[in-house]
Write a protein that binds this ligand. Structure first.
Ligand code: PEP
Length: 246
């Protein structure tokens, strides 16, 4: 599973080239699912291209608003995302947790919104540098995961993204990722979730670092920010899956 999180980047022309480029490369070379999460304003166009050209790329939204009937100016609800062709939605990204102060109660409403629209959830968790240094990583993650058990999600994927690794050029060490992913898997399985889609890693991934991280059995894919913007680099990262064993 490879998720391209474009964040607030992209344009109509970039979108067309990216979709065609990735589809062409991956079609012949890899079996793994690729999910494009462009800014909301490009979802319609992306969906149209994917359908028309029958591309093997899934579509995801970077955010969703809570289901508060229709009284939310600027809001985009789950059913709207579904109508736009989204299969996935990212919830709990650290940039939104930090900048927009998205807390557990808001994230819970977003999870419910995704559930009612039957969207697959990519739920992001991760510790800050300070929390890591204090040895609090596992406690922080356990706490962040608590709200997901309150919603009977049909399809849930966890994205482990250490906050200090996002956009910093520094990925977490492989040994560290292995330990954390194992704990997340243990934690989720102890709560018997519906369809658990696995744990992906995110944080400064590029085509040089992807292979080693993907070689871990505990890593089911990658969430890629900066390196997903260029279709060749994203395809190269996705093709690292071909060397994954087991
Ligand atoms: C992200 O935004 O989720 C992310 C992992 O970004 P980057 O790859 O740029 O660190």
């Amino acid at each position: 599973m490879f998720i391209a999180n474009w964040k607030m980047n992209g344009s109509e022309s970039m979108l067309t080239g990216w979709l065609e480029g990735v589809d062409k490369t991956l079609d012949k070379n890899t079996q793994s699912e690729c999910i494009l999460c462009p800014p909301a304003c490009f979802l319609f166009q992306a969906s149209k291209i994917i359908k028309k050209q029958e591309l093997g790329i899934a579509l995801g939204a970077q955010d969703i608003d809570p289901k508060t009937a229709s009284s939310l100016t600027g809001g985009i609800g789950g059913s709207m995302l579904k109508e736009l062709g989204c299969e996935y939605v990212i919830i709990g990204h650290s940039e939104r947790r930090e900048l927009f102060k998205e807390d557990d109660s808001l994230l819970l409403e977003k999870l419910k919104s995704a559930f009612f629209a039957n969207l697959k959830v990519i739920f992001c968790v991760g510790e800050s540098f300070e929390e890591k240094e204090k040895g609090r990583t596992l406690n922080v993650l356990k706490k962040q995961l608590e709200i997901i058990y309150q919603v009977p999600l049909n399809n849930l994927m966890i994205a482990y993204e250490p906050v200090w690794a996002i956009g910093s050029g520094e990925t977490a060490e492989v040994k560290y990722i292995k330990e954390v992913h194992n704990k997340i898997i243990e934690e989720i399985k102890s709560h018997e979730k519906g369809n658990f889609l696995g744990v992906v890693y995110g944080g400064s991934i590029n085509s040089s670092s992807s292979k080693e991280i993907l070689s871990l059995q505990e890593v089911d894919g990658l969430l890629i920010g900066g390196s997903s913007l260029e279709h060749k680099e994203f395809s190269n990262i996705a093709m690292s899956i071909n060397e994954k064993k087991g």
